[in-house]
Ligand binder design. Sequence first.
Ligand code: TYM
Length: 333
Amino acid sequence: MTRPRVLSGIQPTHDSFHLGNYLGAIKQWVELQADHDAFYCVVDLHALTIETDPALLRKRTLVSAAQLIALGVDPNKCTLFLQSHISQHNQLGWIMECLAGFGEASRMTQFKDKSQKSGTDRTAVGLFTYPMLQAADILLYQADRVPVGEDQRQHIELTRDLAGRFNSRYGQTFQLPQAYILKSGAKINDLQDPTSKMSKSAATMQGVIEIMDTPESNAKKIKSSMTDTGREVRFDTEEKPGISNLLTIHCALSGKTIPELEAEFEGKGYGDFKASVAEIVVEYLRPIRLRTLELLEDEKYLLKILREGADKARIVAEKTLSDTYKNLGLVER
Ligand code: TYM
């Protein structure tokens, strides 16, 4: 029996992933690789939508691959590769751009948010066409499921719309993918501003737990996280967004349920609870950081994994692109 396909991607835009990336997405990548035919890529071409320094991009791409492996993405169980190693992503991306409406693309909230921040003149055209390249990433592999955080829901919806449109115009070509988004953990918030998502592009990193940060620094960030009014440890996103966010993080890493944690900290203050969250997070991340640093020492090994991943990915990507070209009426070579 063939296993369902899964594909997901992550941008190598920073020196470290953050806890939101892990809990919202990568943790599910690791779980799904057990019984899915999984394709995971570091989307280095997507990272070009913001101005980058070449040496930094190279370094961050390798740090990203190393972190994924350290977090449990296993190259023996899945196909791990770099987007830029498979030229079919760009080729199918163009087809998706020709299929998407200008208005449809203009409604993407991530584009609106990001372009508002930098102003129209400084916003790259690539940022506008970004979701169509993302659709190509997914559709090339005929993915059934796409494990992502809540912020990617709209992009996956667009991908489904584009796939459906193509299939109805040109004949069945693409599998319609489904977003695989957890009920809890799909949006981890900033520790200093707990009503906004934890983000790599936050104005300050004080509220962002980075996987590659030192245990001491991460413990400090958690202990000085924004405190809600009152002193009761209770899950209530309206009244207590800060504590609710910490409860979500604790649950996801300790495996305890919210009612269990509420009972455990009944009668105790926020201080005790934050100390417990800090310990859980720090001890969870400690070996992952060390393993990443170890992997980075052996660049040859990392490059070999990525080359082997690309060789596997290319087989699937070539077949989908060739079917797409044929169905579109492009003349065969
Ligand atoms: P990126 O690189 O911004 O983030 C990687 C993954 O982390 C999730 N995430 C979060 N989840 C929970 N809470 C948060 N605070 C949080 N912040 C980020 C994201 O939802 C994502 O799943 N466009 C994508 C990359 C991409 C992609 C793809 C994803 C390119 N092609 C194909 C899936 C399939 C992005 O920018 O993710």
